[in-house]
Design a protein around this ligand. Structure first.
Ligand SMILES: [Zn+2]
Length: 414
């Protein structure tokens, strides 16, 4: 049924841009009346109506009674720190008679979503709106070899998604060439490296693969939720520290498929070995294992766990050693700010949400070290993880509503 849509796409950039705008507005809102969609997208009521009708015909949207429509998609499986909960615009007020019908993304289409992680990998089936089907959810421990992973995933094929999905979405750590679906280098998951893994995952479900570098997927998700700045640097603090750069609404295009690797910038005073083979990289300090190691040293508790560290920081605030780590992070961010001319920093992950002082100190450090802070505002803000939304947004652009030049090749794979 989706082939119809690919057939419909007219090689007009404007028409495609309008269609994506309507589709993305619905991705954020979950459901919307046509009038509300026109307001959200800034398109005329006539244009919005045409686009909606065509998307319904193509099987990507459906029209439902307001009480049947799904709620706005939360990023299922992703913990949401307090801020940034997606807002739902009020439905059109009920007037005389029946409330107007609303449109939502089709509840029939599915994606498979796979998140490759250093400790475990998660797999689930998603609706077009990015809502995970909890019954399909599975985890596989991160293996030593790609073949072990594929052997573990193949028997789960039907549990995760019995039908042929529209695409297999894969969040990939490390350095990804997403045009070739090839992992060039992965400091913490060497088993994912090479050109075999991603196509093999696609062939399990006979579907095209949409691979997105994991921090870039967060940046796309942050952007897709609708009120992000046009340009920003996003940094994720988890086992590693990664970055992604969005300028003028698009992920930074670099001539070599590597950008945003802020976690592998050297902190001169640090001698710890990094998974990349280097020494003293920022992530050996500000990544989760590095933070635990520092906490154990300073608290003189060699067996302290991450939970101990989090509880200690919540109770006692940011201690001097952690302040130094945050300052080192801020200095490196200031370097990126100086080079790229960005003034909005978005921080995601466990460290930014651990204590309110973390982001305050990070912002102070960036302001102290960044040139533009001498005459302009620089903001550092914590934000929730929206990786699933980012993967779905990437699938929209690459598979569902691709650029005209990609229509034929993508259609062939769909
Ligand atoms: Zn490194």
């Amino acid at each position: 049924m989706y082939m119809n849509f690919v057939m419909y796409v007219h090689p007009s950039d404007l028409r495609l841009a309008n269609t994506r705008r309507v589709y993305r507005a619905l991705l954020v809102a979950g459901r919307s009346s046509r009038a509300d969609l026109a307001r959200r997208t800034g398109l005329s009521a006539v244009t919005t109506g045409k686009v909606v009708d065509q998307l319904i015909q193509a099987g990507l949207l459906e029209e439902v009674e307001p009480d049947q429509a799904p709620p706005p998609p939360a990023a299922v499986g992703e913990p949401q720190p307090g801020s940034g909960v997606r807002s739902v615009s009020p439905q059109a007020p009920a007037t005389m008679g029946r409330p107007p019908r609303v449109v939502c993304l089709s509840r029939r289409g599915r994606f498979v979503a796979i998140e490759l992680g250093a400790r475990e990998c998660t797999l689930t089936s998603l609706s077009l709106a990015g809502v995970s089907d909890q019954a399909s959810f599975a985890t596989v421990p991160s293996p030593k070899k790609a073949e072990q992973f594929l052997d573990a995933v193949r028997p789960l094929r039907a549990k995760i998604c019995a039908e042929q999905p529209l695409a297999v979405l894969v969040s990939v750590p490390g350095v990804l060439d997403d045009r070739q679906n090839r992992v060039l280098f992965s400091p913490n998951l060497h088993w994912t490296e090479g050109a075999e893994l991603l196509p093999a995952l696609g062939s399990i479900w006979q579907a095209p693969v949409v691979a997105v570098q994991e921090v870039q997927s967060l940046a796309l998700g942050h952007q897709a939720q609708g009120n992000s700045p046009e340009s920003f640097l996003l940094i994720e603090f988890t086992d590693g520290v990664g970055g992604a750069v969005v300028t003028n609404g698009r992920l930074l295009e670099s001539p070599f498929p590597l950008s945003g690797e802020i976690g592998h910038i050297r902190v001169p005073t640090v001698q710890r070995k990094c998974g990349c083979g280097g020494e003293g990289c920022l992530e050996t300090l500000a990544g989760r294992p590095g933070l635990i190691e520092s906490f154990r040293e300073h608290a003189r508790k060699p067996r302290a766990t991450w939970t101990d560290f989090v509880a200690h920081t919540k109770a006692n605030g940011v201690e001097p050693w952690l302040k130094e780590t945050i300052d080192a992070t801020g200095m490196i961010i200031a370097g990126a700010v100086n080079l790229l001319g960005l003034r909005e920093i978005v921080a995601i992950g466990e460290l930014p949400s651990m204590h309110p002082d973390v982001m305050r100190l990070m912002e102070e450090s960036v302001r102290r070290h960044a040139l533009c802070a001498r005459f302009a505002q620089v903001n550092c803000r914590a934000a929730p993880k929206r990786r699933v939304l980012g993967l779905v947004a990437a699938a929209t652009d690459r598979v569902l509503l691709p650029e005209p030049s990609l229509v034929m090749s993508r259609a062939a794979g769909a």
